[in-house]
Design a protein around this ligand. Sequence first.
Ligand SMILES: [Mg+2]
Length: 432
Amino acid sequence: MRLRKTAQRTPIILVVDDTPANLTLMRNILEPESYKVLLATSGEKALELLTKITPDLIMLDIMMPGIDGFETLARLKKIPSAKDIPVIFVTAKNAVNDVVRGFELGAVDYITKPIHRLEALARTRAHLKIQHLIHVERMQSEQIRAIINNISDCVLVSNKNGAIESVNPATEHLFGYVEDVLCHKNIAELLNYQGRPTDFINVLLNHDSDDPWWQHPSGKAANGKTFPIEINVREMYTHDPCFVIVIQDISLHRHEIDQLHHLSETDPLTNINNRRHFEILLTQSWQHCKRSNQMISMLFIDVDHFKSFNDKYGHQAGDSCLQAIATALSTALSRGVDSVSRYGGEEFVVILPDTDKAGAQTVAKTMLKAIEQLNIPHQHSTFGYVTISVGIATCDYDADHTRIKSANALLKLADKALYDAKALGRNRFECL
Ligand SMILES: [Mg+2]
């Protein structure tokens, strides 16, 4: 980012001298060099002028009636808008004491009378140049400070041991501490680092480090809450090594990603896995079972006479019925690796990794019972309430891989078993 350049304008020089001939001389030296020259015949007049105008340089005579040059200088140093203007003494005296006193009062230089044109110009140019550079540097650091104070990212400066030296307002806001408190902390404490605090800067500088901290970079606020962060650390090459640390809270971003992820995997009606996610789970489970030579079972479930349920009780009741069934089926699964998904309409599928036929039958029985216990009235069912039919397919990869060649073949087999369960009277399971 380029900082804004400060506009160059014609420098203004204020010349203060009680002798009109000296004023004229200085004007004749300075004006041809394109400086704007203001004249004052006394210290009092100069001070009055300084309340209205801010010159870039002041040439100040020492010996003057009324307040002399020293007093004028002492007073102008008390005017906020004038105190930083460079002052060059112009004096006939070059006694060491006067020169020392002038510098002590804050003058930047002195020239002696009689005035030599080239010397006066050289000193004027040199001090205007210095003044300009100071001004540019001040403007730039003000611009940088304004940017740092107003950005939403946290900016911290720490020493090589991680001791915090300064922070911007965003850091105070995010972590819930004021700057004074933060400046007594170590960055390791704010970022929840469990290792030795003095090692932390090196961990931060080394993105590829296998330090466990990098698995979940997070910050910890005053209220104890932790949040995911993105972090950037850079060493500043000053005489004392220090580090600029920029931190962004990415909770919102992470939350949005999690939400999108959840939406893409979830059936909106029943809040269980959708078919798309089921297909991913099935491929994963099949690969895993193949690799580790485990058995895998699958249940294909259909709600009995669901079309007539909808016709009789309406689609809203139908939706509630599917929601209740989805919840009951999920509750019937006790292991984390098992999953139930809505396959479509009133069909559900269950994947049971590392499960043999007997295990799958136990799950099917539990599910049939759970649906019975829902006791949802259904006039068009021979049972008088809503029931399900379950088809079970089990694959022992070693023994069955010629019969069941793929995850899809397993699914088809479970569907076929479901067809048998329907044919044999519903509210039951069949295995293949
Ligand atoms: Mg004088």
